[in-house]
Design a protein around this ligand. Structure first.
Ligand code: FAD
Length: 296
């Protein structure tokens, strides 16, 4: 067995969203402090639909650079901005010391399910954005991947074509939409590898903090919710404590199976809460580093 402080051959990354209020800000920073000693490979900060959190995303990323030793990854979308405006944001990140961007097309301004219209003069697709970012600087660029197919893609192959274009444009890692049935991820990985795509396809793990919310989010994003998962949370709507225990058990079961099947990199959608993310990492064998990565 490895000593408690030795780093297992596992990489995790954590996703946060930029806080809207002071209370949310406190929760976020308490979570970052709690998770930082686990020495994540990077921590990412989402970009609100329609570019609505542009300043808040930037401010959160800038504070991560300033106040921690963590590597930030800034999410960025093509929505509602010209190429020049997007390039300006990318340059701003470079100047702030950020070297990793999660490049996305973004959802339509009217929300998922409505027709997407590229901004005239903007980047039309995620692959165009990836190429644009790589022109500005030598960024690490992560992109999305959809084990259950993006709802807008006409076929699975068309969806994998889109991933291939992003890789050709310079993407170095893909992070998946969340899924609950690992068999879906294994099948997807086979399809992607059969197409000759070699970049890491990192599973996105969503701890189910609130089953109803997760199920409704899954519906919008095209992720399926298996009956067995619904059954596990049945009757727990008003029982927060049991729900937390069940959520931890479900997520730990999922990552343990992925690990047993050779997966060594995990991206955790934290929803700005540390508890479940910490438990998942613990179950994966991660322990706080001797010298904490937090508080520079
Ligand atoms: P792409 O990879 O470009 O496309 C996905 C699929 O849709 C492809 O199959 C493509 O062929 C198809 N497609 C795209 N456009 C069209 C079209 N016009 N007609 C037909 N098919 C089309 N959203 C945010 O707003 N902010 C975030 O911070 C954010 N972070 C995310 C992080 C991860 C890990 C993931 C998985 C998603 C994230 N999203 C975020 C959601 C994402 O923006 C949406 O799923 C969006 O609808 C697609 O963006 P993409 O970059 O995945 O698209």
């Amino acid at each position: 067995m490895s000593p408690a402080n030795a780093r297992p051959a596992i990489d995790v990354s954590f996703e946060f969203f930029p806080p809207k209020t002071e209370a949310m800000d406190e929760t976020l920073w308490a979570s970052i402090e709690r998770l930082a000693p686990l020495a994540p490979r990077f921590v990412s900060v989402t970009y609100g639909a329609g570019g609505s959190t542009r300043e808040r995303t930037h401010a959160t990323v800038a504070r991560i650079v300033r106040d921690t030793k963590l590597e930030p990854a800034a999410h960025l979308t093509c929505v509602a901005a010209t190429r020049e405006e997007v390039d300006e944001v990318v340059r701003g990140y470079w100047e702030a010391g950020v070297r990793h961007i999660v490049a996305l097309r973004g959802d339509p301004v009217g929300g998922p399910g409505t027709a997407y219209e590229a901004h005239p003069g903007g980047y039309a697709q995620a692959c165009d954005l990836v190429a644009g970012i790589r022109k500005v600087g030598d960024f690490e660029v992560s992109v999305s991947a959809y084990p259950e197919k993006h709802p807008e893609a006409s076929t699975f192959d068309a969806d994998i074509d889109a991933l291939e274009k992003k890789v050709d444009a310079g993407a170095t890692r893909a992070i998946t939409q969340f899924f609950f049935d690992n068999a879906i991820y294994y099948r997807y990985l086979e399809r992607v590898r059969a197409r000759g795509i070699r970049i890491p396809i990192v599973p996105g793990i969503v701890p189910v903090q609130n089953f109803k919310q997760t199920a409704s989010f899954a519906k919008r994003t095209g992720a399926s919710v298996p009956d067995w998962l619904a059954a596990r949370f049945e009757g727990l709507d008003d029982d927060v404590e049991t729900r937390k225990l069940v959520a931890a058990a479900v997520a730990c079961e999922q990552v343990t199976d992925l690990r047993a099947n050779g997966v060594s990199e995990f991206h955790i959608y934290t929803m700005n809460r540390a508890e479940l993310a910490y438990a998942i990492c613990h179950m994966l064998g991660l322990r706080p580093a001797e010298t904490t990565a937090a508080a520079a």
